[in-house]
Design a protein around this ligand. Structure first.
Ligand SMILES: C[S@@+](CC[C@H](N)C(=O)[O-])C[C@H]1O[C@@H](n2cnc3c(N)ncnc32)[C@H](O)[C@@H]1O
Length: 310
């Protein structure tokens, strides 16, 4: 039988026209179609099978469920058949009732999605959200960055350097550990980041030319410096005029074991310490705030401090 005759035959049954009219705006599952039309599940499945064979509807599997919709790619004769079927369905006695039931089912679906968000309102930031992560937010924020030259001092293996290198013009990652520098450099190479260069050196006297970078980052590195004020002054030196410094560090804490567990030289810093050292180095527009607090004891808090080279 030709495709045209097959389609005409499929559309000769009023129930199939009803089904097609229901699939006009939204995709629906067999269960939903059953609830709307009050027809038996197997009858609906048979009708859908026939309509799919004629390419009048399309199926989409999602886990164990299958959703049906009018074939969005239908054109030519198939497209005309779909339009005729919808027009024909409007003349059927069941049409009004079908549309009322459809509205109810679609509204309930929408409400079910809202129930979840209503339940977690107030805790939303703390509960798991599929695909939502600080790493993803980081990538989003990076898109806003202009193409800067960045020095990441006390860079470790380059977690942040690598992220920055995906957007910035050039990133120089400095660390005083020979092994960490070797590892970070190999990883950057493996990841194809040609604009990320690792250099071994001290963050109090980084091996970077004076006045050559737009941004200096010190992420959880300053509390390892012998003399933090000296590291901040060194950052000032390597920045271009109007360059920025950004420091992420721990707010001063009483967790003495940090020295032994993490090799920390200082137990974090008071906001006033950072303020003083930044201004003393010559930085203007100094801004400091606590940006995070860990949920687990000892509840480390993170401060973000920044300033601009005058
Ligand atoms: C806690 S890690 C932070 C790594 C990275 N910035 C981050 O946020 O993931 C501290 C790093 O600073 C390095 N470091 C410690 N003292 C340093 C110094 N005086 N000069 C340069 N790097 C130093 C360590 O080798 C280590 O990789």
């Amino acid at each position: 039988m030709s495709a045209t005759l097959k389609s005409l035959r499929a559309l000769s049954v009023p129930t199939r026209l009803r089904i097609m009219a229901l699939l006009e705006r939204d995709e629906l599952s067999v269960n939903e179609l059953q609830e709307i039309t009050r027809l038996g599940q197997s009858r609906i499945s048979t009708h859908l099978g026939l309509l799919s064979d004629c390419a009048l509807v399309r199926a989409r599997r999602e886990g164990k469920r299958t959703f049906y919709r009018l074939n969005p790619q239908a054109n030519g004769t198939t497209g005309e058949f779909i339009q005729l079927a919808i027009r024909g369905a409007r003349e059927l006695a069941e049409h009004g009732g079908d549309q009322i039931n459809l509205k109810r089912v679609v509204n309930r679906r929408r409400e079910q999605a809202q129930v979840y968000f209503n339940q977690i309102a107030g805790r939303f930031d703390r509960v798991y959200g599929p695909g939502r992560s600080w790493q993803a937010f980081g990538h989003l924020l990076l898109r806003i960055l202009p193409p800067l030259v960045v020095a990441d001092l006390g860079a470790g293996e380059g977690l942040l350097s690598e992220l920055l290198a995906r957007r910035c013009k050039r990133v120089i990652a400095v660390d005083n550990s020979e092994r960490i520098v070797a590892f970070g450099a190999a990883k950057a190479k493996k990841n194809g980041l040609k604009n990320l260069e690792f250099r071994q050196g001290d963050l109090q006297n980084p091996p970077i030319e004076a006045g050559s970078v737009d941004l200096v980052v010190l992420s959880q590195a300053l509390h390892h410096a012998e003399i933090p004020a000296e590291a901040i002054a060194a950052a000032y030196k390597i920045l271009r005029p109007h360059g920025q410094i950004l420091i992420l560090d721990l707010l001063k804490h009483n967790f003495d074991k940090a020295r032994e567990l993490y090799g920390d030289r200082w137990p974090g810093f008071a906001e006033s310490d950072l303020h003083h050292w930044l201004e003393e180095a010559g930085f203007k527009k100094v801004e400091i705030s606590v940006v995070a607090r860990e949920e687990q004891p000892p509840h480390f808090q993170t401060i973000l401090a920044g300033g601009e080279k005058g």
